[in-house]
Each structure stands twice: as C-alpha cells, then as structure tokens.
Design a protein around this ligand. Structure first.
Ligand code: AMP
Length: 300
C-alpha cells in the first residue's frame, strides 16, 4: 500500500566540527519520503520556491517519489534551515530558519492523494498537519511527528492534533517538555491520555521505545562507529517506519515492532553522510542486512 508524506521540503546548511555544507536537500518530508520509498510507493506533499534546484527534484524521482503534490511558488523562497553541531554530535543549535514559501502555504491534496492509506504528518506546523487530515478519506494509519518549537508556540493546535492520529513520535526532551516527566515510561502514560494509541519515543543513539495497548517494545539503535551528520535521522526513522508498515501484511502491532527496527536501520544510513546523501546510497538489500544484524544483537 502507499504512503503520503507531508512536511518541510527544505534547503539545509549544516555545520559539524569537521565540515560545512550549504544548501543541501533537507526538510522533514524529504528525509522521510526518501526513507519510506525503500519500502512502499511514496507520495510527497510539500512546497518549494523558485530557488529549489532541479537536481533535487531528480533525486526524489530517482526514488520513485510521486511529486504531484509538490507545489512550486516560482517567485518564492524555499524553506531554509541552518544548524550547527557540537563536538559530540548530539547537541545541535539552530542558527537560522527562513520559512519562505511555507509561511503562507495551505496544502491542497491532489485527487489521488486523498485516499492514501498510510499517512505521515512529518514535522511541520500543526495547522498544516490538521489541514491534511481534513482532506483524507478513510486513512488506515496516521503517524504525527513534531518538534519543541510547536510545543512552544502552538500547543493548543498540537494537543488537538494528538486526538486525531493513531501514533505520535517524539524525542526524549520533547516528551519531557510535553509532560514534565523525566521518565519516558511515565511520560508515555500521560501522552496516551492526550489521545494517541501508539507512542514512539526516540532516544537517539540509545534506540527507541514503543508504547501501545499490548505494552512496551524496546528497540536498540544500530551501533554506528562514525556519525557524519545526524540531521534528518528522526525523519528517516519515522519515514522508514511508515514505509515498512505500508508494505507489511498481517497483525499491526507485530508489524509496528518490525517497522520500528526498519526505521532505526534507515536512520543509521542517514547519519553516515550529509543531508540525504548516505540514505540515497542505501538499498533494500543493505537495509535488510542491518536489520538481521540488529536482530542477532538483541536476541537473548
Ligand atoms: P531531524 O534531524 O530529524 O530533527 O530533522 C532535521 C530536519 O528538520 C532538517 O532537514 C530541517 O530542514 C527540518 N526542520 C528544521 N526546522 C524545522 C521546522 N521548524 N519545521 C519543520 N522542519 C524543520
């Protein structure tokens, strides 16, 4: 089955202690759509300006991503994010965000997007996420992602969104910000009360935890020896996850566990290069190989 991904389609300027790379292809939807495309037919919903390079459109196309829902505002500027990593690569600082064409964008789903069964509301302003849900016809499974910014400036819209989605993905510090709980399990209990049946908390290089009606699932992270650029790892995680879910048959909760492992592995490729460079070099075979490695590492 197919996947619809909405989120930012961006140009990212990224600085790490070792290198600096301006105007790479980035954005939550770009990372997530590339990740999902390894597993299922993927439709992208986003907006770019006249400055968006044609080579990035070719890159989406190389992954078979449907671009019918990618709007072009010829006289507008593409969303641009710049960030800088500290030596340990875990701490990141946003240097600048230019909203550009995203600021006044109200998404309009092309006809055949409306019936997409698996929907990923990747990180973007909650009103845009709501506008997409409003246009969907009988979706099977909706996952939402977010970030601290939206908790700071649009909390009521975010809380309303949590009542409209099946699964909610966030990282440890966002879970703490939302619930004031330091303990992820206590935080998850509170977040369930806000609406989502499934919650996935990302713990970076320490893996991820799923909470659902049948309890917890603890997923390890893939043991990477070298991280080049972790930008987009969270988006690749959730993109790989929904892509796998859309491709799998049978019991959802069992599939969700395997989906989290496939998301984890897809995210590990993302960290091995700047932007989407290393993710695009992955193949379904190389992903499956790492999934087997993880299975062997976690079995006891
Ligand atoms: P991640 O490393 O998974 O948290 O995602 C990084 C991506 O998020 C980058 O490619 C950015 O372009 C994108 N991004 C940064 N700020 C925002 C924002 N305010 N809304 C949506 N996407 C953003």
């Amino acid at each position: 089955m197919s996947v619809l991904v909405v989120g930012t389609t961006a140009l990212d300027s990224i600085k790490t202690p070792k290198a600096e790379n301006p105007r790479l292809l980035g954005g939550s939807a770009s990372h997530a759509a590339v990740a999902a495309s390894f597993f299922a037919p993927t439709k992208l919903l986003g907006v770019v300006g006249g400055d968006f390079p044609a080579k990035y459109l070719k890159l989406y196309q190389k992954h078979g991503i449907c671009l019918k829902g990618l709007e072009h505002v010829r006289d507008g500027q593409t969303f641009h994010w710049s960030g800088e990593y500290e030596v340990n690569m875990n701490n990141r600082r946003t240097l600048n965000t230019v909203l550009g064409v995203i600021e006044h964008w109200s998404p309009k789903l092309p006809g055949d997007y409306e019936t997409t069964p698996y929907v990923l509301l990747a990180n973007i302003a909650p009103p845009i996420q709501h506008a997409v849900i409003d246009q969907l016809e009988r979706p099977k499974f909706i996952i939402a992602d977010t970030m601290d910014l939206w908790m700071n400036i649009m909390l009521p819209e975010l809380l309303r969104l949590l009542k409209r989605v099946d699964a909610f993905v966030l990282n440890e510090s966002e879970a703490h910000q939302l619930t004031k709980e330091d303990n992820v399990f206590a935080a998850m209990k509170k977040i369930h009360k806000l609406g989502p049946k499934y919650i996935i908390i990302k713990k970076g290089s320490h893996g991820a935890v799923l909470s659902g009606p049948n309890g917890f699932f603890i997923a390890p992270a893939y043991p990477l020896r070298k991280v080049v650029d972790p930008t987009g790892a969270g988006d690749s995680f959730v993109g790989g996850m929904i892509g796998y879910l859309a491709s799998a048959k049978g019991d959802l909760e069992k599939n969700l566990r395997r989906a989290i492992i496939h998301g984890t592995v897809t995210a590990s490729f993302c960290c091995e290069g700047f932007g989407v460079v290393a993710t695009t070099r992955a193949t379904r075979q190389s992903i499956d190989l790492r999934v087997k490695e993880l299975e062997a590492l976690a079995r006891f």
